[in-house]
Design a protein around this ligand. Structure first.
Ligand SMILES: C[S@@+](CC[C@H](N)C(=O)[O-])C[C@H]1O[C@@H](n2cnc3c(N)ncnc32)[C@H](O)[C@@H]1O
Length: 258
């Protein structure tokens, strides 16, 4: 069965609405330690240098990265297709403001493959763990290039989540089983349908080399890659064994300038 564009976008929103309540509980999604906060801050300080930048967080989810960037003093807009993810992000922003933190972050519905903004609207665009979920990743990167100001920076953080090897599949199965036993939580339900997976060119994750290719084709320059193996190690230090067992992948940031 071939899914229409509207069905695909509807399924994406439904799948992430379902994941929204527990999303931040998962290590690797929610930022879990001060050393992880410090790592992310240093990384963004490097790949999007500058102060009080207008930043777009594409596919912002629960706003974990948007709010980190807002905490660094940037003015952040987060877009996502999942209303429930955005509601979580907005309530986290509200809680931060009530706790006395100054956060300039807004969240709105918007498609990552055609962000609803005029050309040249942002100093920087960041996107974490989103490119792999997109049916048309090249169109997305090209549209991000359009939305950046001249001299602006794009930072893509993603991973090759599943290398398809027997070892990886086994580790994942054991991890899922332990999470089911210890948490009564069936994480296999946080997945796309086989029909959806068939529409995604990178349903098992995307390599840094491929992201670089998308960026080059979109016309970005001075493209660099940062291997995030050290971040994986930090995250692993803070996660229970049932997560650690399958938490192993090529993880990276690829960034470039318009
Ligand atoms: C794995 S989550 C990442 C969330 C967030 N970026 C983070 O790092 O925690 C993927 C997010 O991308 C969003 N998403 C997927 N396809 C999208 C699209 N076409 N437009 C906007 N958001 C999309 C999902 O709703 C989900 O919130």
């Amino acid at each position: 069965m071939t899914l229409s564009e509207d069905q695909i976008k509807g399924d994406i929103a439904k799948r992430w609405d379902y994941s929204s309540q527990r999303y931040d509980d998962y290590h690797g999604h929610g930022i879990k330690s001060d050393e992880e906060v410090a790592f992310w801050r240093a990384l963004f300080g490097q790949i999007i240098p500058g102060e009080r930048l207008n930043v777009l967080d594409v596919g912002c989810g629960t706003g974990e990265i948007s709010l980190l960037l807002a905490g660094m003093g940037h003015r952040v807009v987060g877009i996502d297709l999942s209303k429930k993810m955005l509601d979580r992000a907005a309530s986290k922003a509200k809680a931060m403001a009530q706790a006395g933190h100054e956060v300039d972050a807004k969240f709105m519905i918007g498609d990552a493959e055609s962000p609803p903004f005029e050309n040249g609207s942002f100093d920087a665009i960041v996107t974490r763990h989103v490119l792999w979920t997109l049916p048309n990743p090249q169109n997305a990167v090209t549209s991000w290039m359009r939305t950046l100001k001249e001299g602006g920076t794009l930072g893509v953080i993603d991973g090759l989540w599943n290398d398809g090897s027997l070892e990886t599949r086994l580790r994942r199965k054991v991890g899922e089983l332990l999470i089911l036993i210890f948490e009564r939580n069936d994480i296999s339900r946080d997945s796309y349908s086989p029909e959806m997976n068939a529409t995604l060119p990178h349903s098992k994750g995307v390599s840094a080399v491929k992201v670089r290719e998308y960026m080059e084709k979109a016309g970005l320059r001075d493209i660099g890659t940062e291997n995030l193996a050290d971040l994986i190690e930090i995250q692993r230090r803070h996660m229970p064994f049932r997560y650690k067992i399958s938490y192993k992948c090529d993880y990276y940031a690829v960034y470039g300038t318009k």
